[in-house]
Design a protein around this ligand. Structure first.
Ligand SMILES: [Zn+2]
Length: 331
């Protein structure tokens, strides 16, 4: 099924959201004191890579992760995600008008993908709970329970999104993952999921430690996020839409995220980039491409050739959309 940008991100409503988000950047982050941080994977200082909307991105030359530094304090992000005009608009207006299209084109396929992945890992000892970290509107949870015998629990800090999930009869824990105590979750077998959340995290290592602490041996964690080595991000740099502060703070890559997960104690089962959109994004933003090779390749290639390039990029772990499957090792 072809997904069009207008269906999942209608221009008029999205522009209104962006206008509110721009104002929120000033209100929540404008006067905050920012601190230089080290690479979230290697702990070494990076070098400047791009600047956007007053936020500076650095790249680590050891692992090539890209991240916002200097960074405003965590409290500013917490306040922003808990209750701000743009997150309220996202929950009440933006998401509502796009929910049907998103459900059909994004969430149903995603629920099927996660179900297949869970079953491919473990058939004899079934997963009982799906813990959806940053579950937003809860559509994934509705869809996975429609095709799988599994109980969802949504972890969601936004007061507006919590309300939406509770209205759907979903079980919600209204907190940030980092504030969850191990005893707050049921003790049965669990699969944690988070979609497009990792790039927002203030402290990725702390987040992963909390998830690991809430897991029993052999529980699974599957998440999707953006990869900084991904084609469109590398080629478009500051013009990449993916670079959108204050939302996107971390762009690890399949290798660096695996290093971090292993360091924290996870067993990484798969780190791949099934992304489909990189070449399309380059095509739609060709005026920003400085690199001669990519500028000319995009102009020179026909649709079928561009399709092969996208396949090669995704298969080589070089798309900007990545998916990680890991678990807590058996002792
Ligand atoms: Zn690094």
């Amino acid at each position: 099924m072809k997904v069009t940008e207008e269906e999942i991100r209608p221009e008029k409503v999205f522009n209104e959201y962006l206008a509110l988000a721009n104002q929120d950047v000033l209100d929540f982050f404008g006067n905050t004191e920012r601190k230089e941080i080290d690479c979230p994977v290697c702990g070494i200082r990076g070098v400047d890579w791009a600047n956007k909307s007053g936020f500076n991105y650095q790249i680590c030359h050891k692992c090539l992760s890209i991240y916002v530094s200097p960074r405003p304090p965590k409290e500013a992000f917490d306040a922003y995600y808990t209750d701000s005009p743009s997150t309220r608009y996202w929950a009440t207006t933006f998401y509502k008008v796009t929910e049907t299209a998103r459900r059909e084109k994004l969430w149903k396929p995603k629920a099927q993908l996660i179900k297949d992945r869970i079953l491919s890992l473990d058939q004899k000892d079934p997963i009982e709970y799906i813990i959806d970290i940053g579950g937003g509107y809860g559509v994934f949870d509705e869809e996975i329970t429609a095709i799988m015998d599994i109980a969802p629990i949504v972890i969601e800090p936004s007061v507006h999104l919590q309300e939406v999930c509770r209205g759907k009869g979903l079980k919600v824990i209204g907190k940030f993952m980092e504030d969850i105590e191990p005893g707050e979750l049921p003790s049965g077998r669990k699969c944690f999921v988070s979609f497009e959340l990792f790039e927002h995290l203030y402290d990725p290592a702390l987040f992963l430690k909390t998830v690991l602490d809430c897991m029993n041996a052999r529980d699974i964690f599957i998440f999707t996020t953006l990869s900084g080595i991904g084609l469109d991000i590398q080629v478009l740099g500051e013009h990449a839409k993916a670079l959108s502060p204050p939302h996107h703070l971390n762009f690890l890559n399949p290798k660096s995220v695996s290093t971090l997960l292993t360091k924290i104690g996870f067993e990484v089962l798969d780190a791949s980039t099934p992304g489909k959109l990189d070449v399309d994004i380059l095509k739609n933003n060709r005026q920003y491409i400085k690199d001669e090779f990519w500028k000319n390749v995009i102009a020179y290639s026909n649709e079928s050739e561009l399709g092969s390039i996208q396949q090669f990029i995704a298969g080589s772990g070089l798309s900007s959309h990545m998916m990680i499957t890991c678990r807590k090792p058996a002792i």
